[in-house]
Ligand binder design. Structure first.
Ligand SMILES: [Zn+2]
Length: 478
């Protein structure tokens, strides 16, 4: 039985309330959904399309709507595949508010500016080549300044405080437990006396993850727009992950090598610092010097430290008893590149956390250059590594890598730690959905075909749910 191809109900005469799927349809990036209620148009997410260079070119295309005609925007969380085209939307004429959680406002301040900076860098590099070829020069998607200006339109909300954002549109955010400030978006839409409730899962967190609460569950909805990233995968138990990490650190200590950890600057970096703090004695962290070598990672950690209200019970308790839960007595913050270069002098006893998360750029590559050819070094892979990245090459066991045109041998031990995911696995997704008592229609988004198909089958068999997998530009009446 093909679960994916159920036809979407067509609009009835005179009925205008509908949702149009404009991104993350049968893929994981570029989240974007347009909701029409009466005269009003509400955009949920405006994410960056990420992947190959050709695929990313789609970001430059005109939106399938006029930016100036949007009345309000709602954002689930700060990750760029959800937020990364907002400065572009604003550059193209959107003048209204972007409603999101307060912590997301703060994180977006860092992330969108950085995205703007990278856009400028990218285009500079590309334009040098184009100039030589006599081709027309490109404009950045948006600049750092444009991102900064766009950020002024962000409006911070708390969880569980309903707010009428437009006539006939009531918005409530619920904790999604994915990254700091991440939200499940609940919209109550009223048109001509008829009310429909639409719930957007956003990205759902991994139950039991450090720092954050588990995703909240809801009991009622008419439509659930649900992510399906790990719809065909189960994570290993947290305990096993912590045990493995503890063992690697203990073993590395006896071998007197450095441990390099490529980490995403938002989320994973804070989880690592927090876990080092909570396992400080057990893992002998006090015997090491810990370096956070990432200006953006440092800023994101400050944002995490300033939103203790949204922590889970354990993190709140730690915060209440001894302050900032990311602080370690032996933690060194490397903001300037001179600070980063000084770490090169340390040949043993350093744990170095640096970006980028998939080793495609950033300071981690400099640390590879100084450590990866030494047998006593360790590399700890703690995040997803996409095909084609240097991180993936290491996971796959490469014995040689290329760094700045030079071939470097890999003598370091490479450890891949599974289980540290910010996304719910298949059981987590099913469990979250099973709390809806009225078995609403589910529209699956934000997943690759295999993950979506498997999740659709389980939702149908375990929860008797009716599941659709909308295509790009498909509309669903509400
Ligand atoms: Zn996310």
């Amino acid at each position: 039985m093909a679960f994916g191809r159920l036809p979407l109900p067509a609009a009835e005469k005179g009925q205008t309330m509908q949702i149009e799927f404009l991104g993350a349809t049968r893929e994981v990036t570029g989240s974007c959904f347009l909701v029409r209620v009466g005269e009003h148009r509400l955009l949920v997410e405006c994410g960056l399309i990420q992947g190959s260079r050709e695929h990313e070119e789609h970001n430059r295309e005109p939106f399938p709507f006029a930016a100036a005609e949007i009345d309000a925007v709602v954002l689930t969380h700060a990750h760029l595949d959800h937020s990364g085209r907002l400065p572009l939307l604003i550059k193209r004429g959107y003048t209204g508010p972007v409603y999101t959680h307060r912590a997301t406002v703060d994180l977006c301040g860092i992330m969108l500016e950085d995205a703007g900076y990278l856009n400028e860098k990218d285009v500079q590099w590309e334009n040098k080549k184009r100039q030589r070829k006599g081709l027309e020069l490109l404009e950045p998607l948006y600049t750092r300044d444009e991102a900064r200006v766009a950020h002024r339109q962000f409006v911070g909300l708390d969880y569980a405080r309903p707010r009428e954002v437009l006539p006939g549109v009531r918005l409530t955010l619920h904790d999604a437990g994915h990254i700091l400030g991440s939200a499940i978006v609940e919209l109550e839409l009223t048109e001509a006396g008829r009310t429909r409730k639409v719930v957007f899962s956003g990205d759902l967190g991994h139950k039991g993850a450090p720092i954050l609460r588990d995703p909240e569950t809801l009991a009622q909805a008419d439509l659930v727009v649900m992510e399906s990233t790990y719809g065909n995968r189960q994570h290993r138990p947290w305990e096993e992950t912590w045990q493995e990490m503890g063992e690697i650190i203990s073993n590395a200590r006896s071998g007197r090598g450095n441990i390099l950890i490529p980490a995403f600057t938002v989320g994973r970096t804070q989880e690592l610092l927090y876990t080092f703090r909570t396992h400080y004695q057990a893992w002998g962290i006090g015997d090491w010097q810990v370096f956070l070598d990432s200006p953006m990672g440092i800023e994101a950690t400050e944002v995490y430290a300033s939103h203790a209200r949204v922590y889970d019970k354990q993190a709140r308790q730690l915060h209440a008893e001894s302050g900032d839960p990311f602080e370690l007595p032996n933690l060194h913050l490397s903001r300037r590149s001179q600070d980063s270069m000084q770490i090169n002098q340390v040949s043993s006893g350093a744990i170095i956390i640096a970006g980028s998360g998939m080793c495609t750029g950033g300071r981690i590559r400099h640390h590879f250059k100084h450590n990866i050819w030494r047998a006593q070094s360790h590399i700890m892979i703690v995040g997803f590594q996409a095909r084609g990245t240097l991180g993936r090459t290491l996971v796959d066991g490469a014995r040689r890598i290329r760094l700045w045109g030079e071939t470097v041998q890999v003598k370091a031990k490479v450890h891949t730690i599974g289980g540290l995911s910010a996304h719910a696995d298949q059981n987590g997704l099913i469990d979250w959905f099973s709390h809806f008592e009225n078995r609403p229609l589910v529209a699956l988004v934000h997943g690759e075909a295999a993950a979506m198909d498997t999740l659709a089958q389980r939702l149908a068999s375990d929860c008797q749910a009716k599941v659709v997998q909308p295509d790009f530009r498909e509309k669903l009446s509400l």
